[in-house]
Write a protein that binds this ligand. Sequence first.
Ligand code: ASN
Length: 538
Amino acid sequence: MQIWRRTFATSVARFGFNPTPNSRPALLRCAQILQSSKKEGPCSLEDQEVKVNGFIRSVRKQKRFAFAEISDGSTVEPLQAILKPSQAVDLSTGAAVEISGVWKACPPGKEQTHELQTTDVTIVGESDPETFPIQKKYQSTDFLRQIPHLRIRTPFQSLLARFRSECLFQLGNVFHSYPNGGFTQVQPPIITSSDCEGAGETFTLLPRGAVTSSSPETDHFFRAPKYLTVSSQLHLEAYAAELGNVWTLTPVFRAEKSDTPRHLSEFYMLEAEANFMDDLDSLTGLVEHILRDLTRRLYDHPVGQEILSAKRTGESGQESNSDQPALDLRQRWTALMDGPKWHRITYTEAIEKLQRAVTEDGASFEHPPTWEGGLQTEHEKYIVEVLHQGSPVFVTNYPKAIKPFYMAPSQVGQNNSTPGETVACFDLLLPEVSEVAGGSLREHRLPNIIQNMREYGLIKERTSTDPDTPAPSQPLYPHLSPTEDLGHLQWYADLRRWGSAPHGGFGLGFDRFLGYLSGVSSVRDVVSFPRYFGRADC
Ligand SMILES: NC(=O)C[C@H](N)C(=O)O
């Protein structure tokens, strides 16, 4: 029978291996070391000397031994090091250390199977435990939000950053391996001339000097006002006209004063555009395929499993490792990956059902649902949570009047039973986060897009620089009157002028989707450095 004793070896021979003189311990990440102990069969690192560069998450000093939890940002699970009291004297929570030792099996019955028997520890960055704000105890989300630069050092925030990283990597694979030919990843500009959605929620870009000077040169660094992009869609359409299928993941900026857990002023939008696409089912099918495939790939990766089982530090009510949230998350993921085809419902049907819910089922809404009024968040929640029992649902064919100018009309038959004109678009609703993606077929015909621009007030009056010149008699552009000017959107009309095919695309709120997958209810906690009305701290 083996006798387990926590002793420190005094010679390398007692560790059971013979290093060559001057050989250095292998520098490994905590994840690699911990993983080696979880594999079936004997642990490949057992009794080997290893080194870790990390920081002290916590330290317990006892009479005969000290125990330190070491983290290095590679896994949510800490690596336990056992030290002699003399080695641990100066160790404190938050300190950066280089630590080496022998990876030893623990006595049975311990939480961990192995621990690091420390041979050498060097403090490379001290941390005063009295003032270090991240303590190993429950800390409220509000408190952690005040210190985003240090919040990232909590296990769950660190895990979220790794999860995001894996999503980015897998997204490349998802688009690359799309069944009917991959999508090309492109990088559209962040500085743009137009407000794509037409909602006027842009941030204007000014050079620093322009804020104080009134010189027109500095006012218009680019000769005309420019904005931070609200969506890459218009540029994606330009790429798609040549490349066929394209995608991008870029930051977008919206100057909305919404103070909700669903909105940020700077967020990442995943956008894709497919050329030669002429029906809405193909577009919703594309979105469904991408999100199912992405979820599946994440599920198959260790970081996905960590997300499904990790303790949520700092999240209220989840400070203990309750099984319930993990269970719900698994169901959420399974519904995305393996559930039946997601529901599709037209906007008009959705409004009828909401109205019936009020009259027949006693549902009540702050904003009574009307066809002209669009869907409020409370309506979206009801549609997904009550009418579709929490499964994803595409709401399609919204009224033209409440959607942007670039959307194509609904397909034949759609408008027969609706109170007004509708467009071939969708919003994808998920439980808790509600709208997570939106997209449409695009109006690809030149006369029609110009007419839409006219109706939406996007065509400018043509101005003459010389007041003595008679009014122009020739139009500047096909389908315009002589007094009209497409201004900064002429390039967008050009896309329809030459070789324009039916096409469509979508945009997905990437941070919202990550929040949905990771069970984090506020996007302010999904993003490491959130920016929202009144806050852009560091
Ligand atoms: N690419 C897209 O269809 C996204 C759309 N422009 C939006 O901002 O919602």
